[in-house]
Write a protein that binds this ligand. Structure first.
Ligand SMILES: *[C@@H]1O[C@H](CO)[C@@H](O)[C@H](O)[C@H]1NC(C)=O
Ligand SMILES: *[C@@H]1O[C@H](CO)[C@@H](O)[C@H](O)[C@H]1NC(C)=O
Length: 303
């Protein structure tokens, strides 16, 4: 952030540390009455990244929400446990359980789920989709014939979501930096299949919808899992995930769920995040987030 000219933080943020729940609460002032909360999970193949790495991205997002007319926007970024070789590292289902705890925390802060927008990029989007499927499953069990539960969020913003952990559609592309064999390794590590890591769990199937949401093909489950105002999916035309993302959006649409996309021509993986580090002019650095905020504002401000 110093490199980008921030000498002090332009907004208020504080660490949330409650036993198994960690994260950053970001708001202009530390208000307990936000009119929108973005609940965000960062990407990084479940093995890299942190909320602090995304801090500038999140601050820009908050600032744009304010400019779009939200009066007291807030962001809660989840600091979930990574997969790796350190003693405290963990694999699935630890991250999903933390995502659930994070959602409960956000609900306790905002009280009204229609003010919640969930979001994530890449593996963070996987986690958000798993969370939605988890919430949807509870709803489906309670109301098998319809009636969505009122604790579902208003919308979901997915940036280059890693929908299915493994897929025959994943092929390296000329421009994208993602690599299919690395993805496969991260996928198996997250699902608990890598015995060189500190934790494994062989009771998890890598196509279980809660670990690999793109492998959920049940229309009814997706209808229960959908946020009330649907999904917004941003991705790049040239990224490894593009064919699988298109398939996923097609499935949601067939299920009757609102899922609109913004496909960047020639775009690569997670560009709305990466461009903040790689582009020069603010116009380019903020373009991806501006599109996201415009969509959020259209869906969540006119209610
Ligand atoms: C999961 O879904 C993907 C995409 O639809 C598919 O290619 C893959 O084979 C599925 N994985 C398993 C293990 O069924
Ligand atoms: C392994 O995964 C299963 C299924 O998600 C879970 O119930 C169990 O608690 C996990 N075991 C460990 C040691 O994390």
């Amino acid at each position: 952030m110093l490199r980008h000219g921030y000498l002090k933080s332009p907004v208020h943020w504080r660490e949330v540390d409650r036993g198994d729940l960690h994260g950053l609460w970001i708001a202009e002032v530390d208000t307990s009455d936000p009119d929108i909360v973005v609940y965000y999970a960062h990407g990084g193949g479940f093995s890299m990244g942190s909320t602090y790495f995304y801090l500038e991205f999140l601050i820009v997002w908050l600032t744009l929400l304010k400019r779009a007319g939200f009066r007291r926007p807030a962001i809660f970024a989840l600091e979930y446990t990574l997969v790796g070789t350190l003693p405290n590292d963990a694999c699935y289902p630890t991250q999903l359980n933390q995502a659930i705890a994070g959602y409960e925390y956000v609900l306790s802060m905002v009280r009204d789920p229609s003010k919640i927008c969930v979001g994530g990029d890449s593996a963070g989007a996987t986690l958000i989709l798993s969370l939605l499927l988890y919430l949807g499953k509870i709803g489906q069990e309670k109301h098998p014939r319809g009636a969505k539960e009122s604790y579902m969020p208003s919308m979901a913003v997915l940036i280059s979501p890693w929908t299915a952990l493994t897929s025959s559609l994943y092929k390296n592309t000329r421009s994208d930096f993602l690599d299919v064999s690395n993805l496969d390794r991260y996928a198996h590590q997250y699902a608990g299949y890598d015995s060189t890591l500190s934790v494994t769990n062989h009771s998890v199937s890598i196509k279980d919808p809660l670990v690999s949401p793109g492998n959920c093909t049940s229309f009814s489950w997706w209808r229960h899992a959908a946020p009330s105002k649907g999904f917004f999916v941003a991705y790049g035309e040239e990224e490894v995930f593009a064919p699988e993302i298109q398939k996923f959006v097609g499935l949601l649409t067939k299920a009757g769920v609102v899922a609109t996309t913004s496909r960047t021509k020639g775009g690569i993986h997670a560009w709305p995040v990466a461009s903040l580090f790689l582009s020069q002019a603010d116009e380019d650095r903020h373009r991806g987030l501006r599109g996201i905020v415009e969509e959020t504002s259209n869906r969540m401000q006119n209610c």
